[in-house]
Design a protein around this ligand. Structure first.
Ligand SMILES: [Zn+2]
Length: 110
């Protein structure tokens, strides 16, 4: 699969959990093998941390929030140039592949 979403991209959730749909966030992790991405503030789960005994002090058990991965097909890239949801094209110049916004035809990658 040709992964066109990269770490640091801004994306919008277009399907999946209702509470996440329409939200935008930055991609903080991409797992191309499983076609999954982790997006800041999206699919936030709460992990209950067990009470930890450390140096005779008891650390309060807490709830840790973390982002769980979502399927890459549930997000669409937000073009940094025109701020629209877009599919990504690829152009090749001098042997280097650049991603291109299909809405405004701007090259997304510097
Ligand atoms: Zn654009």
């Amino acid at each position: 699969m040709n992964v066109k979403i990269r770490k640091g991209d801004k994306v919008e959730v277009i399907s999946g959990r209702e509470e996440d749909r329409g939200k935008r966030g930055e991609v903080i992790k991409v797992n191309p093998k499983e076609s999954r991405v982790v997006v800041q503030g999206i699919n936030v789960r709460t992990k209950h941390q067990k009470q930890v005994q450390a140096q005779n002090r008891t650390v309060n058990p807490g709830r840790v929030k973390f982002e769980s991965s979502i399927d890459i097909s549930n997000v669409m890239l937000v073009c940094p140039k025109c701020n629209k949801l877009t599919r990504v094209g690829v152009t090749r110049e001098g042997g280097t592949a650049h991603r291109v916004c299909k809405q405004c035809n701007s090259v997304i990658d510097e």
